[in-house]
Ligand binder design. Structure first.
Ligand code: BTN
Length: 270
């Protein structure tokens, strides 16, 4: 088994060690669940929870998320952002880009993002992000819990059958083990950087996200709370919604959903 996660090992590799308040657990039901409880109290901005094993890890859309002991990366970060509530969706997009940067820096592999914030190697998912908010009062700024799960030294073949074919891991992609402490530090450095850019607007992050997009220009079918919507992927709008251009030329902003299908690329309309 690779080295266990350790607060010291992560802190040693961070560029600014004192901006995160790191807690490592042997096992938890879900780092996001505990982070949400802590966020409801006074846990400060920058609190990080990592677990070697999650017994009830949670994915988007109420799906389970597997974190086998000692081989994957499961962490949640409590942020009390300085941005307006309508920009909060950008935090999840920042986490996706940070995950891409960290994996690329540590492994040399190229990654892509699939809206809203799946991280892919080739066509397969290597990491997922679950962003949840806690509002103390309606008008108070929310605490945002960003949960990031990365398949690192675990094999996709050992994941549940229904996701096995669409998943990968760094071990599968590189054939070698990755230092999870180094990856965690690279991820926290990149997250601090990308969340920080939101102080000055969304343009920089939007540009990076678009560069990393796996589906830009492609014909997508997205399962939304209002049903399946089809259209060409025209990138993000200023609120972080995905713009789909429908056959009639009308653009529709998708707030939440799941990309079901990518079809052949369609040229941009001018
Ligand atoms: C997805 O469905 O793609 C999101 C997966 C998010 C998993 C991470 S692992 C750390 C954190 N704790 C959880 O229970 N979920 C997130």
């Amino acid at each position: 088994m690779a080295d266990p996660l350790s607060i010291e090992a992560i802190l040693n590799r961070l560029s600014v060690p004192d901006q995160w308040n790191i807690h490592v657990f042997d096992h938890l039901t879900s780092t996001n669940t505990l982070a949400l409880e802590w966020a409801a109290t006074d846990a400060p901005h920058g609190t990080v929870l990592l677990a070697e094993l999650q017994s009830a890890g949670r994915g988007r859309g109420d799906r389970p998320w597997r974190t086998p002991r000692g081989t994957a990366l499961a962490l949640s970060v409590i942020l009390r952002p300085f941005i307006e509530n309508e920009r909060v969706p950008w935090i999840g997009l920042a986490a996706a880009v940070a995950t891409v940067d960290a994996i690329e820096a540590v492994s040399g592999l190229q990654c892509r993002v699939k809206w809203p914030n799946d991280v892919l190697i080739g066509q397969k998912k290597v990491a997922g992000i679950l962003t949840e908010c806690r509002f103390k009062t309606e008008n108070a700024p929310p605490a945002v819990v960003v949960g990031i799960g990365v398949n690192v030294n675990n094999r996709a073949a050992a994941l549940p059958e229904d996701i096995r074919a669409s998943a990968t891991s760094l071990l599968d992609a590189t054939g070698g083990e990755t230092d999870r402490n180094q990856l965690a530090a690279a991820l926290l450095d990149a997250l601090a950087c990308w969340v920080g850019t939101l102080r000055h607007g969304v343009e920089k992050l939007s540009g990076r996200w678009t560069m990393a997009s796996a589906t830009r220009g492609q014909q997508l079918a997205i399962l939304t709370p209002d049903g399946v919507v089809e259209g060409a992927d025209r990138g993000l709008d200023s609120t972080g919604c995905l713009m789909l251009e429908q056959r009639n030329g009308v653009r529709r902003a998708i707030h939440s959903g799941e990309v079901l299908l990518c079809r052949t690329a369609v040229p941009p309309l001018v």
